[in-house]
Design a protein around this ligand. Structure first.
Ligand SMILES: [Zn+2]
Ligand SMILES: [Zn+2]
Length: 178
Protein backbone atom coordinates (compact mmCIF):
# COMPACT_ATOMS: atom_id res chain seq x y z
CA UNK A 1 0.00 0.00 0.00
CA UNK A 2 1.61 3.21 -1.21
CA UNK A 3 0.86 6.49 0.46
CA UNK A 4 1.10 9.73 -1.52
CA UNK A 5 2.28 12.49 0.77
CA UNK A 6 0.31 15.30 -0.81
CA UNK A 7 -2.88 13.25 -0.38
CA UNK A 8 -2.42 13.00 3.37
CA UNK A 9 -4.06 16.27 4.39
CA UNK A 10 -5.82 15.05 7.50
CA UNK A 11 -5.02 12.06 9.77
CA UNK A 12 -5.67 8.74 8.10
CA UNK A 13 -6.97 5.86 10.21
CA UNK A 14 -6.68 2.30 8.98
CA UNK A 15 -8.22 -0.74 10.62
CA UNK A 16 -6.74 -3.81 9.03
CA UNK A 17 -7.41 -7.49 9.48
CA UNK A 18 -6.41 -10.81 7.92
CA UNK A 19 -8.96 -10.18 5.15
CA UNK A 20 -6.79 -7.32 3.81
CA UNK A 21 -4.54 -9.10 1.35
CA UNK A 22 -1.61 -6.68 1.33
CA UNK A 23 -1.55 -6.67 5.14
CA UNK A 24 -1.68 -10.47 5.44
CA UNK A 25 1.00 -10.64 2.76
CA UNK A 26 3.51 -8.90 5.03
CA UNK A 27 3.50 -11.95 7.27
CA UNK A 28 3.69 -14.28 4.33
CA UNK A 29 6.79 -12.45 3.01
CA UNK A 30 8.40 -12.74 6.44
CA UNK A 31 7.53 -16.48 6.43
CA UNK A 32 5.55 -16.10 9.64
CA UNK A 33 2.78 -18.56 10.36
CA UNK A 34 -0.39 -16.85 11.53
CA UNK A 35 -2.80 -18.54 13.85
CA UNK A 36 -6.10 -16.87 14.54
CA UNK A 37 -7.12 -13.28 13.88
CA UNK A 38 -4.74 -10.56 12.82
CA UNK A 39 -5.39 -6.89 13.43
CA UNK A 40 -3.68 -3.56 13.03
CA UNK A 41 -4.99 -0.19 14.02
CA UNK A 42 -2.92 2.47 12.31
CA UNK A 43 -3.12 6.25 12.40
CA UNK A 44 -1.01 8.30 9.99
CA UNK A 45 -0.54 11.99 10.60
CA UNK A 46 1.35 14.53 8.57
CA UNK A 47 2.93 17.59 10.10
CA UNK A 48 4.93 19.69 7.67
CA UNK A 49 7.51 17.24 6.29
CA UNK A 50 7.01 14.61 8.99
CA UNK A 51 4.79 11.55 8.83
CA UNK A 52 3.91 10.01 12.17
CA UNK A 53 2.89 6.37 12.37
CA UNK A 54 0.98 5.15 15.40
CA UNK A 55 0.21 1.48 15.21
CA UNK A 56 -1.21 -1.22 17.43
CA UNK A 57 -0.64 -4.71 16.13
CA UNK A 58 -2.25 -7.86 17.44
CA UNK A 59 -1.39 -11.27 16.06
CA UNK A 60 -0.97 -14.86 17.13
CA UNK A 61 2.03 -16.38 15.43
CA UNK A 62 3.67 -19.77 15.37
CA UNK A 63 7.44 -19.25 15.48
CA UNK A 64 10.13 -21.89 15.69
CA UNK A 65 11.69 -22.54 19.07
CA UNK A 66 15.35 -21.46 19.03
CA UNK A 67 16.34 -24.47 21.17
CA UNK A 68 14.31 -27.42 19.89
CA UNK A 69 12.92 -26.07 16.55
CA UNK A 70 9.38 -27.13 17.46
CA UNK A 71 6.41 -24.75 17.29
CA UNK A 72 6.65 -21.77 19.61
CA UNK A 73 3.33 -19.91 19.82
CA UNK A 74 3.86 -16.19 20.17
CA UNK A 75 1.32 -13.46 20.84
CA UNK A 76 1.95 -10.04 19.41
CA UNK A 77 0.30 -7.14 21.18
CA UNK A 78 2.59 -4.27 20.38
CA UNK A 79 2.49 -0.54 19.83
CA UNK A 80 4.89 1.15 17.46
CA UNK A 81 5.42 4.77 16.44
CA UNK A 82 8.13 5.39 13.87
CA UNK A 83 8.59 8.82 12.32
CA UNK A 84 9.43 9.54 8.68
CA UNK A 85 10.77 12.82 7.42
CA UNK A 86 10.57 13.88 3.81
CA UNK A 87 13.89 15.20 2.58
CA UNK A 88 17.60 14.56 2.49
CA UNK A 89 19.10 12.60 5.36
CA UNK A 90 21.44 15.14 7.05
CA UNK A 91 23.60 12.25 8.29
CA UNK A 92 24.56 11.41 4.74
CA UNK A 93 26.44 14.68 4.78
CA UNK A 94 28.20 13.68 7.97
CA UNK A 95 26.09 15.62 10.45
CA UNK A 96 26.09 14.40 14.04
CA UNK A 97 23.16 12.31 15.19
CA UNK A 98 21.27 13.97 18.03
CA UNK A 99 19.37 11.89 20.56
CA UNK A 100 15.84 12.66 19.39
CA UNK A 101 16.65 11.76 15.80
CA UNK A 102 17.34 8.10 16.38
CA UNK A 103 13.87 6.91 15.40
CA UNK A 104 13.54 9.11 12.33
CA UNK A 105 13.83 7.64 8.86
CA UNK A 106 14.36 9.90 5.86
CA UNK A 107 12.76 9.35 2.49
CA UNK A 108 13.08 11.31 -0.70
CA UNK A 109 10.14 10.33 -2.91
CA UNK A 110 6.63 11.75 -2.65
CA UNK A 111 5.34 8.36 -1.56
CA UNK A 112 5.88 6.02 1.33
CA UNK A 113 5.27 2.28 1.17
CA UNK A 114 3.13 1.61 4.24
CA UNK A 115 3.46 -2.17 3.85
CA UNK A 116 7.25 -1.87 3.98
CA UNK A 117 7.08 0.27 7.11
CA UNK A 118 4.86 -2.30 8.84
CA UNK A 119 7.10 -5.16 7.70
CA UNK A 120 10.13 -3.44 9.23
CA UNK A 121 8.27 -2.85 12.47
CA UNK A 122 7.16 -6.49 12.68
CA UNK A 123 10.75 -7.62 12.10
CA UNK A 124 11.99 -5.32 14.86
CA UNK A 125 9.39 -6.59 17.31
CA UNK A 126 10.00 -10.29 16.73
CA UNK A 127 11.77 -12.06 19.59
CA UNK A 128 15.39 -12.91 18.75
CA UNK A 129 15.22 -16.30 20.41
CA UNK A 130 11.66 -17.58 20.54
CA UNK A 131 11.03 -20.45 22.93
CA UNK A 132 8.30 -23.11 22.96
CA UNK A 133 8.51 -22.88 26.75
CA UNK A 134 10.95 -21.14 29.06
CA UNK A 135 11.84 -24.58 30.40
CA UNK A 136 12.65 -26.00 26.92
CA UNK A 137 15.57 -28.42 27.21
CA UNK A 138 16.48 -28.19 23.53
CA UNK A 139 18.07 -30.84 21.35
CA UNK A 140 21.06 -33.01 22.25
CA UNK A 141 23.95 -31.73 20.15
CA UNK A 142 25.31 -35.27 19.78
CA UNK A 143 22.36 -37.54 18.96
CA UNK A 144 19.71 -34.98 17.99
CA UNK A 145 17.18 -36.23 20.52
CA UNK A 146 14.55 -33.65 21.49
CA UNK A 147 15.23 -33.59 25.23
CA UNK A 148 11.71 -32.35 26.01
CA UNK A 149 10.33 -35.70 24.82
CA UNK A 150 12.91 -37.98 26.41
CA UNK A 151 16.44 -37.82 27.69
CA UNK A 152 19.29 -39.53 25.87
CA UNK A 153 22.27 -41.58 26.94
CA UNK A 154 24.96 -39.23 25.66
CA UNK A 155 27.59 -38.23 28.16
CA UNK A 156 26.86 -34.61 28.88
CA UNK A 157 30.46 -34.01 30.01
CA UNK A 158 31.66 -34.45 26.46
CA UNK A 159 29.36 -31.77 25.14
CA UNK A 160 31.31 -28.71 24.23
CA UNK A 161 30.12 -25.63 26.02
CA UNK A 162 31.77 -22.25 26.41
CA UNK A 163 31.25 -22.66 30.16
CA UNK A 164 33.38 -25.81 30.14
CA UNK A 165 36.53 -23.68 30.08
CA UNK A 166 35.22 -21.69 33.00
CA UNK A 167 34.48 -24.86 35.00
CA UNK A 168 38.03 -26.17 34.52
CA UNK A 169 39.42 -22.81 35.51
CA UNK A 170 37.62 -22.94 38.86
CA UNK A 171 38.98 -26.43 39.55
CA UNK A 172 42.54 -25.32 38.94
CA UNK A 173 42.08 -22.36 41.25
CA UNK A 174 40.79 -24.55 44.05
CA UNK A 175 43.71 -26.94 43.69
CA UNK A 176 46.19 -24.12 43.93
CA UNK A 177 44.75 -22.92 47.20
CA UNK A 178 45.49 -26.25 48.91
ZN1 LIG B 1 11.69 -25.70 22.45
ZN1 LIG C 1 22.14 -37.38 22.99
Amino acid sequence: MKLKLHELQKPLTLSLSESDDWFRNIFWVLKLKIQGPLSLHLVLTKEKEDIFFEGHLKANLILNCSRCAENAPYTFDEFFSPIFTHGQDPHEKGAELSKGELDITYFKEDELDVAEVIREQVELMLPLQPLCASSCKGICSQCGQNLNIKSCACKKDDVYSPFQVLKDFKVIKKKRRK
